[in-house]
Design a protein around this ligand. Structure first.
Ligand SMILES: C[S@@+](CC[C@H](N)C(=O)[O-])C[C@H]1O[C@@H](n2cnc3c(N)ncnc32)[C@H](O)[C@@H]1O
Length: 246
């Protein structure tokens, strides 16, 4: 089945019936859209992912990024002058860093969900994940891995980011406490234009007082920025844009 789906997708792409994954509403489609938004606006900044597990979304992100980067390069040979000029001068000729954070040993201790997100669920093998992601790194992007809890790795991440901005912030860690730690770690690196993906925004029955919803609501109240809902994706994911300052 997967084989036929791949062939169908290949034919559809060859015939130019769809561009990339813009019609896919799963996680990889959500990431494709995020990179499309970044390239449409020529927004410079790194990719930061909190919650890597076995590396699926990190690989999707690398693949989407590569597709848009190659498109940008192809624009340099376009027969329209403005396209050539724009692609030559785009800040996106500079490749972003990818920052990938996880315990790589499963969920940390928490009391948030007795069933799905209990400690040690989502176990992964750090070396295997690193290898899997590196194999997809055709453009030789600098990828920094941070193995440990988000709290433990905050300083290291901040030292690596310094004052660089984040273009895409992908928070896929399910829990409220983890989302709070993630948002706190990068609060000075987001800016107008940053897109934030919350993969689990509508978990916990979309209860406003739980999970990522609660974490982000509190964060918004204390932030100097104004955020706006963008698109939803997958079963429970929601993206936001940073659209202004208070
Ligand atoms: C749903 S999984 C991520 C899925 C992944 N993005 C993918 O593409 O398959 C959630 C991950 O968040 C990690 N996580 C949750 N809270 C964390 C924390 N406080 N510190 C580090 N990792 C955390 C877990 O270890 C787990 O691997």
């Amino acid at each position: 089945m997967a084989f036929f789906r791949k062939i169908a997708y290949f034919i559809i792409k060859k015939l130019n019936l769809i561009r990339g994954k813009i019609h896919l509403n799963d996680r990889s489609g959500g990431l494709y859209r995020a990179w499309g938004y970044i390239f449409s606006n020529h927004i410079e900044g790194d990719y930061v992912e909190f919650g890597v597990y076995k590396g699926e979304s990190a690989v999707s992100s690398l693949e989407s990024y590569s597709e848009f980067y190659n498109w940008l390069q192809s624009q340099k040979f376009d027969n329209e002058n403005w396209r050539r000029e724009l692609s030559e001068s785009s800040p996106l000729n500079q490749k972003p860093f990818f920052h990938l954070l996880d315990t790589f040993q499963g969920m940390p201790q928490n009391n948030e969900h007795p069933l799905i997100f209990k400690k040690d669920s989502f176990l992964s093998d750090f070396e295997k994940v690193k290898k899997k992601i590196s194999l997809k790194n055709n453009l030789n992007i600098i990828i920094n891995f941070y193995k440990g809890t988000f709290k433990e790795k905050t300083l290291e991440l901040q030292q690596s980011l310094k004052n660089k901005k984040i273009a895409i912030l992908n928070i896929d860690c399910d829990l409220m406490e983890s989302t709070i730690d993630a948002l706190n770690a990068v609060q000075s690196n987001i800016d107008i234009g940053t897109i934030i993906l919350f993969d689990d925004y509508n978990q916990f029955k979309a209860h406003n007082e739980e999970g990522q919803r609660k974490a982000f609501r509190v964060f918004q109240n204390n932030s100097k920025f104004i955020f706006e809902k963008f698109y939803s994706y997958g079963f429970v994911g929601q993206s936001f844009l940073v659209v202004g300052q208070k």
